[in-house]
Design a binder for this molecule. Structure first.
Ligand SMILES: [Zn+2]
Length: 104
């Protein structure tokens, strides 16, 4: 048994000494690198999504001057006669613009 072990070590050492690149080892290395590349790609996509979400949140956040707490622009919840969403800003403290507020 001990002899077999030594033989294995010897064969392994001999294989390492050959100039030929170990195809199996190279394939294994490539496969490992591919897995790493895939993992990194997934991570990049996750980070990009996260960045996109943060940018989206920033874009949706109304620009409020410091100290002006109530200066939030809210779009009117009313609808025009042809069923489209009203494009006016709602009045302060209301969910509707001057026009749609009067109908409520
Ligand atoms: Zn309106």
């Amino acid at each position: 048994m001990r002899f077999l072990c030594l033989l294995v070590v010897f064969v392994f050492a001999a294989a390492q000494q050959t100039d030929k690149p170990d195809k199996l080892a190279l394939r294994k290395q490539i496969a490992e690198m591919k897995v790493k590349a895939f993992e990194m790609q997934t991570q990049i996509e996750l980070l990009e999504k996260e960045l996109h979400d943060v940018e989206d949140a920033e874009a949706n956040q109304p620009i409020v001057a410091p100290g002006a707490k109530m200066a939030v622009k809210v779009r009117c919840q009313g609808h025009t006669r042809d069923g489209k969403r009203c494009v006016r800003n709602a009045e302060a403290g209301s969910r509707f613009c001057w026009q749609h507020k009067s109908k409520r």
